[in-house]
Each structure stands twice: as structure tokens, then as C-alpha cells.
Write a new protein. Structure first.
Length: 386
């Protein structure tokens, strides 16, 4: 069937973070919200149907994740990414951020050094600094046409670090890391006994022409030195159901991780997260193909518009995710001036780049998982002010 991504859906007054917290976040309740990484598209019909059918049963008691649930995820990873994942490697976790935060707690000690690669998703920073570990910044390098990893710096940092949290694909710069890049990173971490935590929540959102490489597919030794987190939440707009999967090939690491999750009483989750994930992983291929084509169209529209009307705004077209990372430093405004112009004059609610690390100063992240009409209005507002 043909899905309608142009449909405008009113999300206000639903306790929706993106819309109902605009006043608190932007000091302006009327910004056009294009920040939080969820979609303004309908959750797919086959997912809603599965949730409604389960909701009709009158008891919502404790439940567990059964083998068909994990088999649906394994089938998806095999079809989409050519990754054979035994279901015994999998463990439920209530969200990817929660998952990698628990990995930080389970496998490192206060004072240990943990490497992240800014500009990067703010919870990477918080997972480390909020728990007494030491942040080490392997800052990405902007080569003009793409962001790259600073491998020379990483080789030095890995000598004293205990863990690296990898964003694969990368949020917010939109890189889909190549196999060779991941191999270089993996070799450095193996040599120095640095555990790789790979956040692959955006892996299904690799755009046409690019390919996702799961870190654990690089080879046995890399898989044994890694924990991967996957979820249907970004791909199918299920973030409110707090359900994801930890994939831990190393049996010793797996036992430690599962024990920590169970000690935290975080291993059961909610019924509807299970039902929705299983439906998405089973029936979602056609819907996802149409989604990716639509998002690519939004990206192409923004790229052409900025190039034509706002050439001082620099950007790289993303290879993955539904975000674009926009550089406004060419205007010469201070960080606070930029924020004021964006939120109070243009009435636009984008993510502030500095929240992704100092390397994001002067940048904004814009969420393009929305109807084209929303994107067009955002561009008009940008042009009117900048």
C-alpha cells in the first residue's frame, strides 16, 4: 500500500515532549518544533493494529519476552543488515540510552576514562559524567565534505581508556561509518582492551545509496569486545514505548550485563513495547522503504533551498538518520544571538548544537521526519530572518 507522509497530525496536548514543552525549552510556545528525534508521521498501521488487539485483552499484568519476539528482531537484522544474531545473544533493555548507561555502570568504575566522539547525542555525555566517570573527547574532524574520525588522537586516548561509546550511524552529523573506518576503530580498541558500546538505534535509517555496517559483523574478535543496542523506536516512531535490545555476543559480558539489568529491576518492560516491536520487525519493510524515500526528499529540498537562499549556512547531506546538522557560524553571531534569532525571531525550535558538545557551537540540528509542508514553512522562516 501507499503510505501518506504528507498528513498533518495535531500532536499538541498529548503530553508530547516535542510540542507540549516548547515554552519550557524555547521560552516560546509558538516555535515550529523540529527538535526531539521522533517523527510527526503516524506510527504504522500494522503496529497500531497489534497494540489495539493486545489492549483489548482486559489484563495488563507482568509479561516476558518470548522466543518469537527475539526471532522477529533476528529476522529483521538478517534481512536488513545481513547480520546473523542468535537469539541467546539478545537481552531486553528499557531504551537504548538506559541500556548504554547501565553498560557504563556494569563495566567501568568511577574515575575510569570513557571515549565519546562529539558533536554527539547529549546522553552520551551524561551517561559518563553523571556517574563519576571521566569523559574523553575524540572530536570528529570536519574535512569540508564530510566528518571523519581522528584516528591518531583515538590511538593515544585508548591507551588509558576503558570504554568507547560509538554512535553508529552518527547522530547528529549523519555519518554512516564505513567498514574500513569501523575496522580501524575496532583494532585500536582491541589492542588497548577498550570495550566498544555501539549505539545502533539509527541503523535502519541509513538513506538510499549508503549501507549500515553493524560493528559486531567486523569479525569474531570485534564482536566479543562489543555490546550493540538496537531498537525499533526511531525507525517506526515508538519512542514512547521504551523498548530496545542489547546484543552481547560475549557470554561473560552478557551474564554480567543481564545480572546488572535484573538487579536494577529493568528487565521486564511493558506489554505494548513488546507487541509493537514484534509487529514492526515482522511487517515493516515496505513502510520503511517508503519512509526513507520521503525523508531523502525532505533532505534534498532543504539542501537545495539553503544553497540557493542561505548560502552562509553550511551543511553535509546526511548519509543516515532523519536529521540535518546545520552550521550558522558564517553569520558571525554569538551563540546567544543565534539562539535568540532562531527561537524568538524565526520562531523555530531546533536542537541547539552546543548541547552536543563544544564542537557544536553555532550549529543547529533539524529534524526532517515531518510532512514536506512543515519543512517548507521552516525554510521560509529561516529566510525571513537570516
Amino acid at each position: 500500500m501507499k503510505y501518506d507522509f504528507d498528513k498533518i497530525i495535531n500532536r499538541a496536548d498529548t503530553n508530547c515532549v516535542k510540542y507540549d514543552l516548547r515554552k519550557q525549552v524555547f521560552d516560546n510556545p509558538d516555535v515550529l518544533p523540529m527538535w526531539v528525534a521522533d517523527m510527526d508521521f503516524e506510527t504504522p498501521d500494522f503496529v497500531r493494529k497489534a497494540v489495539i488487539e493486545r489492549a483489548e485483552h482486559p489484563v495488563y499484568g507482568y509479561h516476558f519476552k518470548d522466543e518469537p519476539y527475539f526471532q522477529s528482531i533476528a529476522g529483521w537484522l538478517k534481512r536488513r543488515h545481513q547480520w546473523d544474531v542468535p537469539t541467546e545473544w539478545m537481552s531486553y533493555t528499557p531504551g537504548v540510552v538506559c541500556g548504554f548507561t547501565m553498560a557504563v555502570m556494569a563495566f567501568t568504575q568511577p574515575g575510569d576514562e570513557i571515549i565519546i566522539q562529539p558533536p554527539v547525542y547529549p546522553p552520551f555525555h551524561h551517561a559518563v559524567s553523571s556517574h563519576g566517570r571521566k569523559l574523553v573527547y575524540n572530536t570528529l574532524v570536519d574535512r569540508g565534505d564530510s566528518y571523519e574520525i581522528n584516528f591518531d588522537q583515538l590511538a593515544e586516548q585508548a591507551k588509558t581508556a576503558k570504554m568507547l561509546i560509538l554512535c553508529n550511524p552518527h547522530n547528529p552529523v549523519g555519518r554512516s561509518w564505513t567498514r574500513n573506518e569501523l575496522l580501524l576503530l575496532g583494532e585500536i580498541c582491541l589492542k588497548n582492551n577498550v570495550l566498544v558500546i555501539s549505539d545502533e538505534i539509527h541503523c535502519d535509517l541509513v538513506l538510499p545509496g549508503y549501507k549500515h555496517t553493524p560493528f559486531a559483523t567486523l569479525g569474531h574478535q570485534y564482536a566479543m569486545n562489543s555490546i550493540t543496542f538496537h531498537a525499533a523506536s526511531k525507525t517506526f516512531n515508538l519512542a514512547g514505548l521504551a523498548t530496545s535490545t542489547a546484543i552481547v555476543p560475549n557470554e561473560t559480558l552478557r551474564k554480567t550485563y543481564i545480572a546488572y539489568v535484573e538487579d536494577m529491576e529493568a528487565h521486564l518492560g511493558n506489554i505494548f513495547g513488546k507487541v509493537s516491536t514484534q509487529a514492526a520487525m515482522t511487517y515493516g519493510d515496505e513502510w520503511l522503504g517508503q519512509l526513507l524515500d520521503y525523508v531523502q526528499g525532505n533532505i534534498d529540498y532543504v539542501a537545495e533551498y539553503l544553497t540557493t537562499h542561505l548560502p552562509k549556512v553550511k551543511f553535509h547531506k546526511p548519509q543516515a538518520t532523519y536529521m540535518m546538522w546545520l552550521d550558522f557560524n558564517g553569520y558571525g553571531f554569538s551563540e546567544e544571538e543565534l539562539w535568540h534569532k532562531m527561537t524568538q525571531e524565526a520562531n523555530l525550535g531546533f536542537n541547539r548544537g552546543k548541547d552536543f558538545g563544544e564542537a557544536g557551537s553555532g550549529f543547529f540540528r533539524i529534524n526532517l521526519a515531518c510532512p514536506r509542508a512543515t519543512v517548507e514553512e521552516a525554510m521560509r522562516r529561516l529566510k525571513s530572518v537570516f
